[in-house]
Design a protein around this ligand. Structure first.
Ligand code: GSH
Length: 341
């Protein structure tokens, strides 16, 4: 009798788990019904996610959010930006406040396994570095012994710095502050000697937040791997696919020379890969519950990965970050799109 009761509980538990998983897996349906994709971004980090003079959110990460909207709705403008500081971002994803975290977030084993979330690709290969005022007279990170170092709460940068300092026998005083503006102000006003975060972040802070960028220098040492990418909730495979393949479509479009300017001509391309990407040969979109023009819409409205990179963080932007590791694989970089076929 007892066994039967236990079996019934087990079966009910399994059903509930299935139902919960079903509910989670339906983000694509929730998004379609709501009519906008809710993306978690920074509170304003130029080049990656920040409002422009007109209040429009721009950046490499915002473009990824817009790409997902273009794939789902055929309209890149159907996004809702939810600004989050480093500490708030994972809770916002776990709770369902956002559908996807598109916010300079480093993929680590711990984040991918212990938080109920999972990454959906890499849109920027980065590494942690140091920004110092030239007046500090330091040319290498090894000279930072005794320095006070500003960091933002809830970043991977805190632990990475601690590991590096231990390994290199550098003693430092961490100055850890919760909001971005407050930590930047602390650095600008000399409350700490050094700012440490992803090199892209340092480039952004130097150009967009400091009054005299030329008074500061980024030290040559890069002390970690910081692969940045979008995250979704675990157990939400259909949605994971939409985000992962939207990013991949941007990268693969660049590989095949498909740009926002030539995408309409490319519809006539005889290359079977181009035909599949652009939905001339149908199937790829339908398999994801999307229109077969999903990738066409991404490239037409947002551009390919290279266009987005140059416009937001590269040569067409004040940041002027080199492509470096973020070049295409044929050019010696790490950007290697999974094939759309
Ligand atoms: N990639 C690192 C750091 C990401 C991060 O949150 N960086 C800070 C400092 S540049 C930031 O973007 N702050 C912007 C904000 O909180 O609005 C991580 O994933 O932990």
């Amino acid at each position: 009798m007892k066994t039967r009761k236990a079996m019934r509980y087990l079966a009910a538990g399994a059903l509930l788990a299935g139902a919960l998983q079903g509910a989670q897996a339906a983000t694509i349906d929730v998004v379609k019904q709501r009519g906008v994709v809710a993306c978690g971004t920074t509170t304003g980090f130029a080049g990656f996610s920040a409002p422009d003079a007109k209040g429009e959110w721009r950046g490499l990460d915002v473009d990824l959010c817009r790409a997902v909207a273009a794939a789902v709705f055929g309209d890149a403008s159907r996004i809702k930006v939810v600004p989050l500081n480093s500490q708030q971002r994972f809770t916002a994803l776990q709770s369902g406040e956002i559908d996807v975290l598109t916010r300079n977030t480093t993929v680590t084993q711990q984040r991918d396994t212990a938080l109920g979330i999972i990454h959906a690709g890499i849109n920027f290969y980065d590494g942690q570095g140091f920004l110092v005022p030239k007046s500090l007279g330091v040319t290498s990170a090894r000279q930072l012994d005794g320095a006070s170092i500003c960091l933002q709460t809830g970043t991977s940068n805190e632990n990475t710095l601690a590991d590096w300092a231990r390994a290199n026998q550098v003693k430092y005083k961490p100055v850890v502050i919760e909001t971005f503006d407050a930590v930047v102000n602390a650095f600008a006003s000399g409350r700490c000697d050094v700012f440490s975060t992803d090199a892209s972040g340092l480039a952004s802070i130097r150009i967009s937040k400091l009054q005299k960028p030329d008074d500061y220098v980024v030290l040559p040492e890069i002390i970690s791997k910081e692969p940045l990418g979008p995250f979704v909730r675990q157990g939400d495979d259909a949605w994971l696919n939409v985000v992962r393949w939207s990013l991949s479509a941007m990268i693969e479009a660049e590989e095949y020379g498909i740009t926002s300017a030539n995408v309409d001509q490319q519809l006539k391309s005889q290359n079977p890969n181009v035909q599949r990407i652009l939905g001339v040969t149908p199937g790829a979109g339908k398999n994801m519950g999307l229109d077969d023009k999903w990738a066409y819409n991404i490239v037409k409205q947002v551009g390919n990965y290279g266009e987005s990179f140059e416009r937001n963080v590269g040569q067409g932007s004040p940041l002027k970050i080199q492509r470096g590791l973020n070049r295409q694989w044929q050019d010696g970089g790490l950007m290697y799109a999974l094939p759309i076929r």
